[in-house]
Design a protein around this ligand. Sequence first.
Ligand code: 4AD
Ligand code: MG
Length: 440
Amino acid sequence: MPAVLIRELENHVGEEITLRGWVTHLRSPGKIAFLVLRDGTGNCQAVASAKRIDAELFEGIKRCGQEASVELRGTVIADARAPGGFELSVSDFRLVGRSEAYPITPKEHGIEHLLDHRHLWLRHKGPWAVLRVRDEVVKAIRDFFYDRDFVLIDSPLLTPAACEGTSTLFRTDYFGDPAFLSQSGQLYLEPACQAFSKVYCFGPTFRAEKSKTRRHLTEFWMVEPEMAWVDLDDVMALAEDLVSYVVGRVLERRRSELEILERDLSKLEACGAPFPRLSYRDAAEILVRPESVARAEEAGAPPFTPGDDLGALDETILGEGYDAPLMIHRYPSKVKAFYMEPDPEDADLTLCVDVIAPEGYGEIIGGSMRIFDLELLEQRIREHGLPEEAFRWYADVRRYGGVPHGGFGMGLERVVAWLCGIHHAREAIPYPRTIQRLYP
Ligand code: 4AD
Ligand code: MG
């Protein structure tokens, strides 16, 4: 007889059915045993009474360890007091896989213990809810781009050169030559948008980030759209549409997971478009105000000087007072990547945008227009001390019919952490990789 999923119990009230799953809690005061069973689709309380089942079976149930896998037969009873609204009155029981001294007990564990046991922690309700939100975000992103005629172009993960600066490259040996794990698929998308007009890639990216912050992973997933024949306003409009769409999808389809995570939904509901826009120049003015300087001092953060890149606290200060993500555009060229197009109105600035999530979650999107003049690109490659030979193919995009083009990258884990309201991006990926962690 096929097993019923806990999610489907409402269709089986009064029937005798089989459930399969893992025992999350067991309580057996005397002649009765209460089991909470989890099957990945939900939780259900099962009740076994020594009066109604065989003595040996009853003893077997009482000896079940936390997270033992079991098969139960019983009758489904609707009971508003039971978690999920249903209870199973047990008539038969089979232990499938034993579990002894399970390392994650109901007592409080430190985060390092939980991360050391990430392979087991996945079974628990917090990580379960977060990873279901992640799954929804991924599907929403793919739907968003597919529905707007973007073609998926997977970019390579083994590459001969840097995209986002040479200091965070993971180097590996490629049959005697150096190769690097990709920091971004962008360089490979720029040629592709000249073949397909609108493209995107979505995959893992790697950065040997020495930073130990709650936003930095060494392996993270990034979705990167790239479009031909656009300007910075188009890039910003696409970023705004994408973020709004993803927030809407998660609110629509993963509400119960967000409730498990005790996420304040009103905060997410308030983040509709249009998103506020601020130029770097206006942002700098806010950051040099005495109250901002005092905030930085208080937090022991480095003081902001106009011309600097924005730090985490700067982004938090700027984002305060807005419900929706904040778009900061036109940063100084010297703090941004070599490929960014200068602002025709001020050559010291670039046509770029960062999107800052509300509630202190920081930068979730970085994007720009790309240089399309061949000579300027070659000059920037030299100025940044990059190997010209490794970028020859990239320069070809300008050599044969270059057009204005641009796009952005959105970090999946930072978005999921923000939507779920969890502190650290490492909990937004199934198996986190950080400067301190390569296990499990
Ligand atoms: O701003 P970044 O470095 O931009 C790029 O890589 C561009 N090539 C993208 C493009 O234009 N196609 O990274 C983009 C986003 C950041 O806004 C952030 O969300 C995420 O990627 N990100 C990280 N997420 C987790 N851990 C890290 N170490 C991250 N570094 C960047
Ligand atoms: Mg960035």
